[in-house]
Design a protein around this ligand. Structure first.
Ligand SMILES: NC(=O)c1ccc[n+]([C@@H]2O[C@H](COP(=O)([O-])OP(=O)(O)OC[C@H]3O[C@@H](n4cnc5c(N)ncnc54)[C@H](O)[C@@H]3O)[C@@H](O)[C@H]2O)c1
Ligand SMILES: CC(C)[C@H](C(=O)O)[C@@H](O)C(=O)O
Ligand SMILES: [Mg+2]
Length: 368
């Protein structure tokens, strides 16, 4: 299969880990006879520096014409004092909104060799396998007005959702639950927010269309607690944009590190943007120690969700598993009796564990 893939490295460690995904995809392509063509474009702080805007027209056009998009991360201190509309994060929010990528899938499934890498007790997290489905193009992130008032002494952010925006993400969650263990937890703040009460009503309405799926409602504060005290309670979690952002970083603790979590941001026709859940990690950027596995696992999600290449996706996931089983880990993790390695070496080990070794030889030049 021929596929056009846009690479948006962005900022900080985004630039370091995107190369890992590209190498892994090239390896899979040569094994299965696919042709992946990569086109790199600017986003975030990188785009501000080059073009004076976090989301250049050229980047939008390229993404609109692509089969799928891989993104590293955006943001960093250098751009933190810019006005809101000019921040690197606006580039990411803009591409999600422009492409209509309303469904953000954040699978949280720990690898068994990392059970003791989590600060949580092994017997609490063992067996946990959660899919967080986060609404991605609405809510507080996009509502207008969002501005300072009264000479800067007051502020307003707007939480707006249209019923149709809630319906489509809730439908997606029921459909996903059907393909898994048929349990759906809807997370909201219905004891306080009108938007949550409408969300809850829609979940109740939709549940009639999916009688085989068991539904429960949890308030977000209790959900945050239960996620780390009883993670095995959950199968699929569906929630609005901001709650989903917060809960997914929290859930990453189950896997040992935020650096492990991949994500898929998709719309109904399968077009998608794939990125790790973490950010640009300015504290470790440029040191060559970033964990590339969340990025590599995001590439696997791309194969699965946008290209229907399940076997290839599973092979990448297995190569990651084997690498961890062999005891290799990056600085954000720890495996007893294992060996700490950097981004480049971790990528090399994953490549070696993929059945084909065809691109391993070229890794040094690719990183040069
Ligand atoms: N999708 C994105 O592009 C995205 C997501 C989150 C944050 N951000 C941006 O990133 C910048 C930094 O934000 P932050 O520090 O709050 O969050 P962060 O996710 O960048 O980092 C949080 C902590 O996790 C560590 N970490 C994250 N990813 C890692 C990896 N792959 N390997 C090893 N350690 C890793 C970091 O070193 C840091 O200690 C901000 O500008 C923020 O807006 C971007
Ligand atoms: C960088 C930021 C805008 C983004 C978000 O809040 O959606 C990030 O935290 C994420 O989780 O993808
Ligand atoms: Mg986040």
């Amino acid at each position: 299969m021929n596929k056009q893939i846009i690479l948006l490295p962005g900022d900080g460690i985004g630039k370091e880990i995107i190369e890992s995904a590209k190498l892994v995809l090239n390896s899979v392509a040569s094994e299965y006879g696919h042709r992946f063509t990569f086109h790199q474009h600017a986003i975030g702080g990188d785009a501000i520096d080059q073009y004076g805007t976090p989301l250049p027209e050229d980047t939008i056009k390229a993404c609109q014409n692509a089969d799928a998009i891989l993104l590293g991360a955006v943001g960093g201190k250098k751009w933190d004092s810019l006005p809101g509309y000019m921040r690197p994060e606006k580039g990411l929010l803009g591409i999600r909104k422009t492409l209509g990528l309303f469904a953000n899938l954040r699978p949280v499934k720990g690898f068994s060799s990392l059970l003791h890498a989590s600060p949580l007790k092994e017997d609490v997290i063992k067996g946990s396998d959660i899919l967080i489905i986060r609404e991605l193009t609405g809510g507080l992130y996009f509502g207008q007005p969002s501005e300072r008032r009264e000479n800067g002494n007051a502020v307003v952010d707007t939480l707006y959702y249209h019923r149709s925006e809630m319906e489509r993400i809730i439908d997606k969650a029921f459909q996903s639950a059907r393909l898994r263990n048929k349990r759906l937890t809807s997370v909201d703040k219905a004891n306080v927010l009108e938007s949550s009460r409408m969300w809850r009503e829609i979940v109740e309405e939709k549940s009639k269309d999916y009688p085989d799926v068991a539904v429960e409602h949890l308030l977000v504060d209790a959900a945050a607690m239960k996620l780390i005290t009883q993670p095995n309670h959950f199968d699929v979690i569906v929630t609005e944009n901001l709650f989903g952002d917060i809960l997914s970083d929290e859930a990453s603790v189950l896997t040992g590190s935020l650096g492990m979590l991949p994500s898929a941001s998709i719309r109904s026709d399968g077009v998608g943007l794939y990125e790790p859940v973490h950010g640009s990690a300015p504290d470790i950027a440029g040191k060559g120690i970033a964990n590339p596995l969340g990025m590599i696992l995001s590439a696997a999600l791309m194969l699965r969700h946008s290209f229907q290449m399940e076997e290839e996706a599973a092979e990448i996931e297995e190569a990651v598993n084997e690498t961890l089983e062999q005891g290799y880990y990056t600085a954000d993790l720890h495996i007893k009796g294992g060996k700490q390695i950097g981004t480049k070496e971790m990528t090399e080990m994953v490549l070696e564990n993929l059945t084909t070794k065809s691109v391993s030889d070229s890794i040094c030049s690719s990183y040069a």
